[in-house]
Design a protein around this ligand. Structure first.
Ligand code: DQA
Length: 150
């Protein structure tokens, strides 16, 4: 069976490539999404990609994933540090969740050290740049298909 996963990116991540490249790298979100879809395909996963700058729209996507997807990979960006609404939506989804951050949030400003979303996450990848998304795809494949041959 092919599993479908939702790759969800939060505010300002549509600006990847030009946004503070010394922190977030030079890869665009479109390129990251294509790489994730290719990696997913190789692992038997369909990867649906969504990005929004709005908290409510992110909550709507998470609610819809409950019906349509088997797992969620999310970079909630700044909402990681503020959004109980996104945490609650992820907890209600009853799906495995992997949280991704391009930067190592623990090395940065104190207000970035805490993520509400982590409470809903099976695991967290942070500090590996765009590569972190591919690591999350690999981890999600392991969670959803534990018997799969490596
Ligand atoms: C981020 C880290 C957040 O603190 C920040 O607000 C972002 C991106 C990351 O991917 O490193 O927008 O989630």
């Amino acid at each position: 069976m092919t599993h479908k996963i939702l790759l969800l990116n939060g505010p300002n991540l549509n600006m990847l490539g030009t946004r503070q490249p010394e922190i977030y790298g030079r890869e665009t979100l479109a390129h990251i999404e294509q790489s994730c879809q290719a990696r997913g395909q190789a692992l038997g996963l369909t990867v649906d990609c969504r990005q929004s700058n709005s908290e409510g729209v992110l909550v709507d996507h998470i609610q819809e994933a409950r019906q349509n997807h088997q797992g969620i990979i999310i970079n909630p960006a700044a909402y990681s540090h503020t959004s109980i609404a996104i945490l609650d939506a992820l907890l209600a989804s009853d799906l495995p969740v992997i949280e991704v951050h391009l930067s190592n949030i623990h090395k940065r400003d104190a207000f970035r050290h805490h993520s509400y979303v982590s409470k809903a996450a099976s695991g967290i990848v942070c500090g590996f740049g765009a590569r972190g998304y591919l690591m999350a795809i690999d981890a999600m494949a392991d969670i959803l298909q534990p018997q799969r041959e490596a």
